[in-house]
Structure formats: C-alpha cells, structure tokens
Design a protein around this ligand. Structure first.
Ligand SMILES: [Zn+2]
Length: 423
C-alpha cells in the first residue's frame, strides 16, 4: 500500500520540537505548566494550522487537531500522546507519538481522503510526573478519573495553583465536567517502546495488548534520634539502617520470587534529620511495584509489607505504610490490536504483541473507549534520558501503519469493533 507520508516532514518536526526546553545540563526539560511546555504547545498549534486542521484546546488543556468528517453525527477517531517530558528527557517519548499522528492525519488530508468520522490528533496535558504530583493529568481529567471540581484549590509544594497552571495552557478545571470521552469511537496511542525488547528482536514496531498495573506505597520508618558518638550500637534504633535492610529485602524478594512477573523500585527517599552526627530517627520512602498480572501484583504488595513489618519491628523500628496507588493492568481493545497487526502486515512487517511496562495516557482512555497502542523501536531501549532515539525509517513506517489503520477504522468501525476477534 502506498501513502503520502513524508518522513522528512515528520523528522523535521521532531527535531524542531526537541529544540524547545533544551536543558543546559543535557536533554529536554518540558514539564507541564513550564514556559517550555507553553512554547511546545504553541509550536504544535502552528504546525496544526499549517497542516490545515481545525485546532482547539479542551477544559483539561488537551490540544486537538481535527480533520472534519463527512458524517455530522459520527464519533471521532483519535490518535495521539503527549508533548511534555521528564526532567532531562529525550526527543521521542510522547512527542514522536503526537507527531506521527499529525503526519498520518495530515497525509490523509493531502491525499484528498474524505473520512466519514472526524479524525483527530490529540496531545494530552501533563502525562509525565510534574510538580503537582499528578501524572497523566489530561487523560485522567478527560475520562473523569480525576474530577476538575475536586482540584480547584489544589497546589504544588510551592503553593502554585493547579487551576492557574491549567488556565495558562487554555484549560479550566471548573469546566472539566463538560468533557465527554464518549465522543470518541476509537483511540490509538503511538509511542516509543521503552524496554529495548523491539531493538533486541530487530523489529521496527509492536502492537500492545495491555498496560502494566502499578502499586505504590509511601512508607515511614520511625526509630529514635540520638547522638552519633555516645549511643552504643546495641541501643540504637537507626531508621536509615532499617531502610537499608528494607531495600535489600525487597530486592531479594523480587529476584527470588518474581523475576519474570514483577519489577519494583524504591525511587524517593527522605532522611530525618539528615545530619552527619545524629542517628537518623525517620526515613520516608516510596515503594513501587509493577506487574501485568493483578493477582501477582497484590501478592507482591502483601509479601513486601509483611517482610517490612516482621523484619524491622524486631529492630525497634515502627513501620507506617500508606497506599498511594493500586492500579490494575489495563487490557487494550483486541479489535484495535487486530487492525494494527493487519496494517503492519500489509506493510510486510510482522509485529510482535507486547505488554507495556510503562504507564501511558492510553491506560485511562482505554477504560472508556476502545483503545490500542503501537510501539516503535527505541534504540537500545533508552528512554527518559537525552540519548533516547528512534530511526527515521521506523517512525515513518509507524506513521504509515497509523495511516492505514485510520482508513480501516473509518470505513468499517462498527464491523471492526463488533468483531473484536483474537489476533
Ligand atoms: Zn510517554
């Protein structure tokens, strides 16, 4: 199948966007609400308008670029991802997905394709963690997983208002109740594959069957603050020492019991009083577990909690655990998986079906709308770092697959979704 996808235009847009938010320390820093975020949004809007698509921003600050459809009553078919980045991140996570979507839909327009459904590119607000501690903000507001009304007084650690930040990008928390995901008939998120599996397989694209479940706790270990010189070892209740045992214990549990099924991370630590000559009295840290199997995830969480309590209380350390998140794995639409697999095969590529170990906007959209994801090879699986890279040919191929998949969904949406057959 031919298509008018322009690899050059797609790559040039990725390069241009990568120039926004360049960090002197390396990489791209473009968190939600930053000046760089605003500049990236304006640059995207300019490209959308140049491409002749209708542009609007919804109450969650999500940016939409729409190619009108012939049927005034037809629901929208949407493709997209996010434009914000992690600190010192790369040029492809999120942005490549939005720009592949734009390339596919602009190419359909250039080819004179008259769609029945409106076809939309979407760039969701604030997918990555941000100072407000609310990742996948735009897709959660859009699907009602977060209620705008509940967040009107929400501020970040420095007292900045979420509502002000959202208004800066054209959104309004008080209007989020007007958002309606049921306007969308199907959603595809193209995204770089972040684990290196595709690169190891030597394949350019994969279709995603589900997105990992995520469990997060905040744990506080409380011991006793005392003099670092005069307190004998036998009398110490050292919270940082206990923390060390917790780290080693969790790592051993994960390696012994669930090396295939689960990963776990202690990613954030605070020590009190954090002074050179004081036995630490308190350590607060986060524990995160991820698995594509909900039963395993729950078993892992129970087991590490038991281990922590049993092991550390023997050392006179009090353990307080607060659950922050317990998100089940999210299956993606088997019907849309099939469309993506068929579209890839038509381009002479046999894509593997992989689960995603990273969270994505598609996790939330898939709870309300039939949704799929297309992964593109990331060299060495590097991501969330300045070295993130995908080959131009792989990106162009993925845009072509999206192009073909959009035509199939537009022309036979009802049959495709009714079929929902296994691949
Ligand atoms: Zn991403």
């Amino acid at each position: 199948m031919s298509s008018p996808i322009s690899s050059q235009r797609l790559i040039q847009r990725i390069v241009n966007l990568a120039a926004i938010g360049q960090d002197p320390a390396g990489g791209i820093t473009r968190p939600f609400g930053s000046d760089a975020d605003l500049r990236a949004r304006r640059a995207f809007q300019a490209e959308v308008e140049k491409a002749g698509l209708a542009y609007h921003v919804d109450a969650a600050g999500n940016q939409w670029a729409v190619l009108a459809g012939a049927d005034a009553f037809a629901k929208m078919i949407a493709v997209g991802s996010h434009l914000d980045t992690v600190p010192h991140g790369g040029a492809y996570d999120g942005s490549a997905g939005v720009l592949m979507a734009l390339e596919a839909i602009q190419s359909l327009s250039v080819a004179g394709y008259r769609s029945r459904h409106p076809l939309a590119v979407v760039a969701f607000t604030g997918e990555e963690p941000n100072p407000f501690g609310l990742s996948t903000l735009g897709s959660r507001l859009f699907t009602g997983r977060l209620e705008g009304q509940d967040l009107l007084d929400y501020t970040d650690g420095d007292g900045r208002s979420l509502q002000d930040a959202l208004k800066r990008v054209g959104g309004d928390l008080s209007q989020c109740n007007t958002l309606n995901p049921d306007r969308i008939a199907a959603f595809i998120e193209p995204h770089v594959e972040q684990s290196g599996r595709l690169d190891e397989l030597g394949l350019p694209v994969a279709v995603v069957d589900q997105i990992t479940g995520i469990y997060r706790d905040q744990v506080t270990l409380t011991g006793e603050q005392n003099h670092a010189g005069t307190t004998p070892l036998a009398k110490r209740r050292d919270a940082l020492n206990a923390f060390g045992r917790a780290v080693v214990g969790m790592d051993a549990m994960l390696r012994d019991v669930w090396p295939e099924w689960m990963v776990g991370t202690i990613g954030q630590v605070r020590v009190y009083p954090n002074a050179v000559n004081i036995v630490p009295s308190e350590v607060t840290f986060t524990v995160e577990l991820r698995s594509t199997n909900m039963a395993q995830l729950q078993r892992g969480a129970e087991r590490y909690r038991e281990h922590l309590t049993d092991e550390l209380e023997r050392w006179g350390i009090a353990v307080t655990i607060r659950n922050l998140l317990n998100q089940a794995p999210q299956p993606l639409s088997s019907a849309i998986q099939k469309v993506l697999v068929d579209s890839a095969r038509a381009r002479h590529v046999k894509p593997p079906v992989l689960s995603s170990w990273a969270g994505h906007d598609a996790t939330h959209i898939a709870r309300r709308v039939p949704a799929g994801m297309l992964f593109v090879r990331s060299l060495g699986g590097k991501s969330h770092c300045p070295d993130e890279e995908s080959r131009p040919a792989d990106l162009a191929l993925a845009a072509e697959i999206i192009y073909d998949a959009l035509i199939v969904l537009d022309q036979s949406l009802e049959e495709v979704l009714a079929g929902g057959a296994a691949i």
